[in-house]
Design a protein around this ligand. Structure first.
Ligand code: ZN
Length: 199
């Protein structure tokens, strides 16, 4: 900070300035990490996002390692869920954060419990800044294989239920755009349309 103006009469302010600089630095690094992470996640228009992923035959070390990298990518991108298809892997698994805990689900099957639904806004790491309302089952049961390949079953409500439904949709090549209303879809597509570049 050689070119930083230094006023000796305001040492406490100077300290405050330094703190702000650190905060600004941390913020800049966070944004760079996020940008790099997003550049590694397939974005709308990529045909792989429309493909159905195949069942995982065996949860092995290689898949576990991929899952760990996806968890890191999800955090860097500041998302709460990431499906294998979103990183170009056509296998049925996803990662997510449920109540602060990172989870890996292989061969997930999500079944609604009861007929109650929730209408709420969703975002997606493959859809930029788009946010659309999506109606989802309010309560679900998820059956899957855990990180060790052991069967697990979990009942989820509200936000957690929404996240796993969104991720399983990805494994079927479905996007939240397919589940929103016509007006929200039109608006979203307007945001997603590649800009025409005139030379
Ligand atoms: Zn998504």
């Amino acid at each position: 900070m050689a070119d930083h103006d230094h006023d000796h009469e305001h040492d406490d302010e100077h300290e405050h300035d330094e703190l702000s600089d650190e905060e600004a630095q941390a913020e800049a690094e966070r944004l760079v990490r996020k940008e790099i992470a997003l550049s590694q996640i397939r974005q709308y228009g990529d045909p792989v996002l429309r493909m159905r992923a195949e069942e995982v035959e065996e949860v092995d070390d290689e898949l576990r390692a991929v899952g760990e990298r996806m968890i890191q990518l999800m955090h860097d991108a500041e998302g709460v869920g990431l499906a294998a298809t979103q990183v170009g892997i056509l296998r049925r698994f996803f990662v997510c954060t449920l109540e602060g805990e990172d989870r890996l689900f292989f061969n997930p099957v999500v079944t609604p419990i009861g007929a109650d639904t929730d209408d709420d806004t969703e975002g997606c790491l493959s859809l930029g800044t788009v946010r659309v309302p999506v109606e989802r089952a309010a309560k679900v049961r998820i059956e899957a294989l855990d990180v060790d390949g052991a069967p697990l079953a979990l009942e989820l409500e509200g936000y957690g239920a929404r996240v796993v439904q969104h991720e399983v949709d990805h494994l079927d090549g479905k996007l939240m755009l397919d589940r929103t209303d016509a007006e929200a879809r039109r608006e979203a597509l307007g945001l997603l349309r590649p800009r025409l570049v005139l030379s």
